[in-house]
Write a protein that binds this ligand. Structure first.
Ligand SMILES: Cc1cc2nc3c(=O)[nH]c(=O)nc-3n(C[C@H](O)[C@H](O)[C@H](O)COP(=O)(O)OP(=O)(O)OC[C@H]3O[C@@H](n4cnc5c(N)ncnc54)[C@H](O)[C@@H]3O)c2cc1C
Length: 450
């Protein structure tokens, strides 16, 4: 009979599941990885510390899917598009129709408060592009539906704590749970924790990056039509109040509030706060207090100013998950640089796209540890490159690629390092994704690597 526990430094952990593929982290990358692996025939366990799926896309209340177009071309497809379709069918995702995806002041007024314009364009007005504003609970619901449809063994309320390594190969993971320590064994593990928890614990090399932290929140009771009438009807008065609002929140993008699919509810991607480490308990705790202080100071101001449309607003919620963008980053088989991203360098082993850039399979592969893949915002990139290549759609594309690669390795009886990349690209494409195997006309070919 197989052993039903693993020995731990101080006691034992019960083995509660055996899977072909264990995915740790149920954010956009991990959920996509789990679904993709299950679709390709693997028995999958998905581990998540919180009682919902979505990571920053739901618990972090990051509510616009962007960075998915290269000019007029939609560059991120596959599971990301499936999520958008499923949410839109329930009225929980909003995106501009094709005829509105261009630059004009009229379209700017119609769409910019949805956050669906091209932030990278230097022209004014910035063109409206294909991007989707969505509802966080809509994301959770679609994730649950798809996990159930694919018969994935979802294990929530489970905090990954230790990687089980034998002869340089990962064999499973240990989680802390209310029921004690539990081990989940797997042939292949995909780290989708966003903070590289598994790969770092397994001994894979990494670098420690950092970026601003944000305690995202939503306001309700907002009359968005009145607010927009004020913005365009009385621009000088609007700017004075808006400028002061931004001063109080102390760190925001130009538009500190955006519309959501829920009437009267706006998304506030602020306050941004530098100088915190997203894996340090003390910093995360301080950030929570500082963020809330600023949010309530803003609320008082908006009501007293008064800002038309916001006179009766109230805080609906502050995101349960702190907005951590960057912490540990894999030092993998290939580390993507800022120039790779900005120069749109195409790689022979591209398996995912984001905006106009390409992600090589090697950047999902840790050095030193076998049968482990990573996917999502902690992929192998320099801190400067990650800042401009970590949006939700490309993270999902990475997850999809990692999930398919894992099943290919299992079926071929090989390791994830030896997966045939051409076949992987073909499989991603056959299932509706765009691995970036066919460089767009504006790509720069990495001759040395091709
Ligand atoms: C404030 C903010 C604004 C942003 N704005 C945008 C935007 O407008 N559009 C956009 O597309 N992107 C945006 N991003 C970026 C985007 O949200 C992230 O890069 C993306 O969600 C990363 O996905 P992921 O799956 O790699 O990681 P995450 O979303 O972080 O998911 C990681 C998952 O792993 C789980 N997990 C972590 N550690 C453990 C553990 N030890 N045990 C078990 N489970 C664990 C987490 O709970 C979570 O579910 C923003 C990010 C932030 C913070």
């Amino acid at each position: 009979m197989a052993q039903d526990f693993v020995n731990e430094p101080n006691g034992q952990a019960a083995i509660v599941a055996h899977a072909d593929v264990v995915v740790v982290g149920g954010g956009p990358a991990g959920t996509a990885a789990a679904i993709a692996a299950a679709r390709h025939g693997a028995k999958v366990s998905l581990i998540e510390r919180y009682p919902y799926l979505g990571g920053l896309a739901s618990g972090g209340m990051v509510l616009v899917l962007d960075d998915m177009t290269n000019g007029d071309e939609i560059s991120v497809k596959g599971l990301c598009q499936e999520f958008i379709d499923r949410m839109a069918a329930r009225g929980l995702a909003v995106f501009p129709p094709e005829q509105d995806r261009r630059a004009s002041w009229e379209l700017w007024r119609r769409w910019s408060r949805w956050g669906v314009h091209n932030f990278h364009a230097h022209s004014k007005p910035q063109p409206i592009t294909y991007a989707a504003a969505f509802d966080p609970d809509g994301w959770k619901r679609v994730s649950c539906d798809m996990i159930a449809e694919h018969k994935i063994d979802l294990r929530m309320h489970s905090w990954f704590s230790r990687a089980l390594i034998e002869d340089g190969r990962i064999k499973g993971v240990v989680c802390e749970t209310k029921a004690g320590r539990q081990a989940i064994m797997g042939d292949i593990v995909i780290d989708a924790t966003g903070d590289l928890d598994v790969a770092a614990a397994a001994g894979a090399p990494f670098v420690h990056g950092s970026y601003i932290l944000t305690t995202v929140f939503r306001l309700g009771g907002v009359h968005t039509d009145a607010a927009e009438r004020f913005q365009y009807g009385e621009p000088e008065k609007f700017q004075a109040i808006d400028r002061q609002a931004k001063r109080i929140i102390g760190g925001s993008w130009d538009m500190w509030w955006l519309k959501t699919p829920l009437p009267g509810v706006v998304w506030c991607n602020c306050p941004h706060m530098p100088g915190f480490d997203g894996v340090k308990v003390e910093d995360l705790t301080r950030a929570e207090f500082e963020g809330r202080r600023r949010i309530y100071a803003l609320l008082d101001y908006l009501r007293s100013a008064p800002m038309p449309g916001f006179e009766k607003c109230f805080v609906v919620d502050v995101a349960p998950q702190t907005g951590v963008r960057q912490t540990r980053l894999l030092d993998g088989e290939y580390v993507v640089t800022k120039e790779d991203v900005t120069d749109r360098v195409h790689f022979f082993d591209s398996v995912a796209r984001g905006r106009d850039y390409y992600t090589p399979y090697r950047s999902l592969l840790p050095r030193n540890v076998d049968q482990l893949l990573v996917a999502g915002r902690h992929y192998a990139a320099t801190p400067a490159a990650q800042k401009i290549s970590r949006e939700i759609p490309p993270c999902m594309a990475m997850g999809e690629a990692a999930g398919i690669a894992a099943t290919m390795a299992l079926n071929a009886g090989t390791t994830v390092r030896r997966v045939d990349v051409k076949s992987l690209q073909a499989k991603i494409r056959a299932h509706g994704g765009d691995p970036g195997d066919q460089p767009a006309p504006n790509a720069k070919l990495a001759q040395a690597a091709e």
